[in-house]
Write a protein that binds this ligand. Structure first.
Ligand code: ATP
Length: 264
């Protein structure tokens, strides 16, 4: 595995309030990396800084070896870092399909892994070793993928997004992100406010996306135990500092973790 994201000594402040202090993390390509921590630890601030919404006070953020710490949010999206924010921010008055097509805006032509192909594309390119999809094909294939993962979005494609349940809206937010063929998906508390069964199914889909198409995922969660089940590596953020990090399988066995750091 190679390193896709490398955050070095990152500090971020809101005026006099230091939200992140000397945070260093790495994300391996094709991994699920989790940032855990109680309320106010700085998790959302970290994600917003990676995606260019908040400028760092000091430190560097390298994406594929390139320093993106001063790059604008729209350019970072264009580079393939797609942020699914807390609270989802879908467009309620637009239909499900229109929301998905907004995600497709930054999709580009490019090479894809054969395992990524669906439907007609699977047949069209079955004899090829390497497949390069046009932008139009990429969007059509992404839509087939999204509908396969979230059949409810296909059933409701003409419905206004506001009429979806909380879980379905979270699915739509993830589906919209997938429409752009992300290099790295950044998820801010996807389980927030959802019923346990829905959380389970969303986590299963995240794990499946990672496994089948090798999608790199950086996920922020308060729901530590469930997140550790799907993550490869995790960091614990407490009052702006990384206080612990290890393989998820090791942290999952750490009986003091939740009590000591996660405030539950
Ligand atoms: P939560 O799960 O509650 O969102 P979090 O771990 O994501 O928590 P952040 O939202 O990143 O934490 O907040 C980190 C710190 O920065 C907190 O002390 C918070 O009050 C402060 N903070 C966050 N956003 C702002 C802002 N826009 N202006 C000032 N302070 C802020």
């Amino acid at each position: 595995m190679s390193e896709v994201l490398n955050i070095q000594h990152l500090s971020v402040s809101y005026g006099a309030i230091a939200a992140l202090k000397d945070v260093s993390i790495t994300v391996q390509k094709g991994s699920i990396t989790a940032i855990l921590g109680a309320n106010g630890g700085g998790k959302s601030t970290l994600l917003k800084t990676i995606s260019g919404l908040i400028p760092p006070k000091s430190g560097r953020i390298l994406f594929d070896g390139l320093d993106i710490s001063k790059v604008s949010a729209d350019k970072i999206t264009d580079m393939g870092i797609i942020h699914v924010p807390e609270g989802r921010q879908i467009f309620g008055e637009l239909t499900v399909l229109e929301n998905l097509m907004i995600g497709a805006f930054t999709a580009k032509e490019g090479p894809v892994n054969k395992a990524y192909l669906r439907g007609e594309f699977l047949q069209r390119y079955s004899d090829r070793e390497e497949v390069v999809l046009s932008r139009k094909e990429m969007i059509a294939n992404n839509l087939l993928r999204v509908y396969e993962y979230f059949p409810v979005l296909q059933e409701r494609k003409q419905q206004q997004a506001v009429s979806l349940s909380g879980g379905e809206q979270q699915m739509l937010a993830i589906g919209r992100a997938l429409m752009s063929t992300p290099q790295m998906l950044i998820l801010d508390e996807p389980s927030l406010g959802l019923a346990p069964l829905i959380v389970k199914s969303i986590f299963e889909i995240i794990a499946d996306l990672n496994k089948t198409i090798g999608l790199t995922v950086l996920i922020v969660e308060q729901n530590a135990l469930q997140t550790l089940q799907i993550a490869d590596y995790a960091y614990v953020l407490q009052v702006g500092r990384i206080v612990k990090s290890d393989k998820a399988s090791v942290l999952a066995k750490d009986t003091t973790l939740v009590e000591a750091y996660l405030g539950k």
